[in-house]
Design a protein around this ligand. Structure first.
Ligand SMILES: [Zn+2]
Length: 331
């Protein structure tokens, strides 16, 4: 029995219980809208505008712990990228030269990309220091296609990979697991951790689809063999097929690996309305996937979950899925 004031029957300070972190952090910055990719580009500012509006109209908005991010430092970017990589990105943005045919930039894009990575770092810092129970960083540009030395697929810096190494180097976190449910294979994240046994990387994605990697045979190398788990899904797969993979494949793999922290590369382009892919998840499906990750995190990782936005190109699909995802994080 818990009394309202003082100590409970077991001598636990009620003041401490009242101050235990119960909220979900929400990290966002209006500058994310200034990475202007042009009117025809699918990875456009409206993705965040509509998702923010949907969250603000939902009941969960008032319950969130709202946080303003700081930019990641060049040193932090180098946790996951080659020396000189960030300088190459800076120079390309300065002259507004597209990084690849599908990754246009404007002069502001370099600073915004640092702020995007910084958003996920901010979310991770809040969770690892127990200010909040978990966190969602609604950032752009996304990150999971960025390899150690190559930006591609709308991604400049690999936000989730930098954050993984940030937790390990600046907060002494040991093993980290990354769950990537963006409809595209997280090739950049896989490349960065392919020989790193301290990081488990799971990607469920449509196949065949851009970028063409992510077969079951790609499993990590050396001591890290087995720490990469790819589950390609045929077009037309939906909620029930995804839920079965999470319950039967991902859950046991996470329990085996036993990470201290779980990061989610939360793309919402596996939504049935998405124009870039042909997977048929619903917002309720994303809510269920969120619950399944939270359940495992509660069991083995002290509930430590940080989720970062990746793709999602149907405005209706991303906005309703973001709301469903954040509602479950905060439940
Ligand atoms: Zn994607």
């Amino acid at each position: 029995m818990i009394h309202l004031l003082g100590l409970d029957d077991y001598g636990v300070d009620i003041g401490e219980i009242k101050h235990m972190p119960q909220k979900t952090a929400f990290v966002y910055h209006p500058d994310y809208l200034n990475h202007d990719t042009g009117p025809e580009h699918p990875e456009r500012p409206d993705r965040l505008r509509v998702s923010l509006a949907a969250l603000q109209q939902s009941d969960v908005w008032e319950q969130l712990h709202h946080m303003d991010p700081q930019p990641a430092t060049i040193e932090q970017i180098a946790y996951a990228h080659n020396p000189g990589y960030s300088e190459h990105i800076r120079q390309s943005c300065e002259s507004a030269v597209p990084l690849t045919y599908d990754t246009p930039v404007v002069q502001e894009s370099f600073d915004i990309a640092l702020l995007s990575t910084g958003g996920v770092l901010c979310a991770a810092e809040a969770v690892v220091t127990k200010k909040v129970k978990n966190a969602f960083a609604m950032v752009r540009p996304p990150g999971h296609h960025a390899t150690p030395g190559q930006s591609m697929g709308f991604c400049l810096f690999n936000n989730i990979a930098v954050t993984t190494r940030y937790l390990q180097r600046e907060h002494s976190v040991g093993k980290v697991a990354i769950v990537d449910w963006d409809v595209h294979h997280g090739n950049g994240t896989q490349d960065i951790f392919y020989e790193d046994e301290s990081v488990f990387f799971f990607s469920i994605h449509q196949s065949p689809l851009y970028p063409g990697t992510g077969s079951r045979n790609e499993q990590g190398s050396g001591k890290a063999r087995g720490t990469i788990l790819n589950v390609p899904m045929p077009p037309g797969s939906g909620d029930s097929e995804y839920i079965a993979v999470f319950e039967d494949v991902l859950g046991p793999a996470l329990r085996d690996f036993s990470p201290e922290f779980i990061l989610i590369s939360a793309g919402f382009d596996a939504h049935y309305l998405d124009p870039l892919a042909h997977i048929d998840l619903t917002a309720e499906g994303f809510a269920k996937l969120t619950d399944l990750v939270l359940d495992v995190a509660e069991e083995i990782a002290s509930g430590n979950v940080v989720s970062a936005l990746e793709g999602g190109y149907s405005l209706e699909g991303i906005s309703e899925s973001v709301v469903a995802h954040v509602e479950r994080l905060n439940s």
